[in-house]
Design a binder for this molecule. Structure first.
Ligand code: SAM
Length: 159
């Protein structure tokens, strides 16, 4: 992929560490990266998160949440940029100061509005990815979530 003025990249050895397991696909109205919103909107178009059959039962209980955190693999991204020029104007900023899809491990996250779940498919609003983007994980919204497991000593530790 092309570099913009003053952008920098690093030469990387092939990745050899943690392997991800994709668990489904995200279906959206956008067929190219350029068509997508920069960030999903909670009042955006309805999208579908299609879970692979093996994981359907793992959705049990998620319907109780209005907002769900979605993690996805931005598979069309380059992964070697250390400085980026979001406005293509020669001014750059470090990759970790951006939510750009170009990052060493191109994980996208969105908090989406859960409309309904039917037959292993989540109907949601708030996504910003290309149709067919691989799904990594789903979690209840962190604000609405209270841990179900017993407390641990670290829970009460403060500075
Ligand atoms: N909401 C996520 C986040 O903040 O982590 C992603 C934000 S990222 C700026 C969204 C942009 O990534 C879209 O506007 C599109 O240009 C690009 N994009 C969408 N799907 C992609 C994919 N499968 N691979 C690479 N880039 C993608």
């Amino acid at each position: 992929m092309d570099l913009r003025e003053n952008e920098q990249f690093v030469q990387l050895a092939p990745a050899s560490d943690a392997a991800l397991r994709f668990i489904g696909r995200i279906r959206t109205p956008w067929t190219t990266r350029e068509d997508c919103p920069r960030q999903g909107r909670i009042d955006g178009p309805e999208c579908r998160i299609e879970l692979d059959h093996d994981w359907h039962d793992a959705l049990d209980g998620l319907e109780a949440y209005q907002t769900v955190e979605v993690l996805y693999w931005l598979d069309q991204s380059r992964r070697d940029l250390i400085r980026q020029s979001p406005r293509s104007d020669g001014k750059t900023v470090g990759t970790f100061a951006l939510r750009s899809p170009a990052r060493p491990n191109p994980i996208g996250t969105s908090s989406v509005r859960l409309l309904r779940i039917a037959d292993g498919v989540l109907h949601v609003q708030g996504l910003d990815c290309v149709d067919g983007t691989p799904l990594i994980d789903l979690k209840p919204d962190r604000c609405a979530f209270t841990p179900k497991a017993p407390e641990q000593p670290g829970d009460s530790q403060t500075a």
